[in-house]
Ligand binder design. Structure first.
Ligand SMILES: *[C@@H]1O[C@H](CO)[C@@H](O)[C@H](O)[C@H]1NC(C)=O
Length: 373
């Protein structure tokens, strides 16, 4: 396959790869996960609560939420697992947004993958979960360990409402209402922003990169946008991979078939089209653009010290081209310049080559922070 380039691919192989695998994955999801696996089976939920949390984020996370004062490492004798050159430890901390989340999400869990034996850490990557990534395994194997072998530490976050932090009544990652979906988004990026500060204290004189695949990358970009200036000035990069700029991707791309439209229609006596428009409007109000607008006093959009490498699939059917381009545009506004990496193929074919295509983008983000061109 051709090397990644600075421009979208126009080759038919790329188109075919994107079209075939993304459509197939969409179909399989629909077939394998029946009616019980839908987003928003309980409707809209308590949107006022979600707005209260968003209002606090807008005030600035430095004043609105506590920092991570205490990272609780799992029992040391069992907690440290050497995998050759790499050490793996689990830890937890109190979520800064715990007052707004379900009981199960009040504690946040991370796995820290680092070069073993006290070797020098060249930089720290915070990996935010993509839709449905409930545990540590995928990100540890495909990104954490390869990066640790190059000298980078990784912090892998279990998202709120995911894995160990999932409410008992929730099936897999299908959050039960729209409000919880939005609360989990705000909580994810607030925790990520707080983790940046924590990482800077834990590994002084290294840089930190916020990254994530798909939805995780959107969250990484949101986290970067709410960083306090003093934290961003310490050298922070954002490297979203096949991401969009908003939670709206859920209605724009292939995930649209996984929403419980019937319930949403009934709750508001909407037609299907009205329900679609209403949900799209709620989600669009939460995209990166709006977040940047709320958290930065208009003139000072540009966050000093922030670098960006954005990786996009040329023929993505989950994150449609306009959403991918919208992310790039917002990142340009936020970082001044961004480095674009365009891959051949689509969403699924890119994630299948995760190590090969995303590790270089993360490595590049550190080079930019080191002042290399
Ligand atoms: C970390 O947590 C995971 C999932 O809870 C568990 O499977 C694993 O054994 C733990 N690893 C360590 C090093 O404690």
């Amino acid at each position: 396959m051709a090397q990644p380039s600075r421009e979208p691919s126009t080759s038919w192989i790329s188109w075919l790869l994107g079209c075939f695998f993304d459509t197939l994955a969409g179909l399989l999801m629909r077939l394998l996960l029946g009616k019980d696996h839908r987003f928003f089976a309980d409707g809209y939920g308590d949107l006022a609560r979600c707005e209260e949390l968003e209002g606090m984020v807008d005030k600035g996370i430095d004043v609105a939420f506590p920092d991570i004062h205490h990272m609780e490492w799992e029992d040391d004798t069992h907690g440290l697992e050497q995998q050759g050159e790499v050490s793996v430890r689990n830890a937890s901390f109190a979520s800064p947004c715990g007052a707004f989340t379900c009981e199960e999400s009040k504690t946040a869990y991370v796995q820290v993958v680092a070069p073993a034996g006290g070797r020098h850490v060249r930089g720290v990557v915070i990996h935010l979960p993509q839709t449905g990534d409930m545990g540590y395994g995928f990100r540890r194997k495909t990104l954490g360990i390869p990066l640790a072998l190059e000298g980078y530490a990784s912090i892998i976050l279990v998202g709120p409402y995911y894995g160990k932090r999932k409410p008992r009544s929730q099936r897999r990652h299908y959050v039960r209402n729209v409000a919880e979906y939005l609360i989990s988004a705000s909580t994810t990026f607030t925790e990520a922003a707080k983790l940046v500060k924590w990482a800077q204290q834990e590994w002084p004189d290294t840089h930190v990169c916020l990254s994530g695949i798909s939805y995780g990358g959107a969250m990484a970009a949101c986290a970067a946008s709410i960083l306090p200036a003093s934290v961003a000035a310490g050298g922070v990069a954002v490297a979203p991979c096949v991401s969009s700029s908003s939670p709206k991707a859920i209605v724009g791309g292939l995930l649209v078939s996984q929403i419980d439209w019937q319930t949403l229609m009934e709750e508001k006596s909407h037609t299907r089209q009205q329900a679609y428009d209403h949900l799209s409007e709620i989600l669009a109000a939460r995209d990166l653009r709006e977040l940047i607008h709320h958290t930065h006093t208009n003139a000072h959009v540009h966050v000093q010290g922030l670098k960006c490498v954005v990786t996009t699939a040329s023929h993505d059917r989950f994150v449609v081209r306009s959403d991918g381009l919208a992310l790039i545009k917002e990142l340009v506004r936020m970082c001044g310049t961004v480095e674009e990496v365009w891959l051949e193929g689509g969403h699924v074919s890119s994630i299948a080559r995760c190590t090969r295509v995303f590790v270089p983008s993360i490595r590049r983000a550190f080079q930019l922070m080191d002042g290399k061109t």
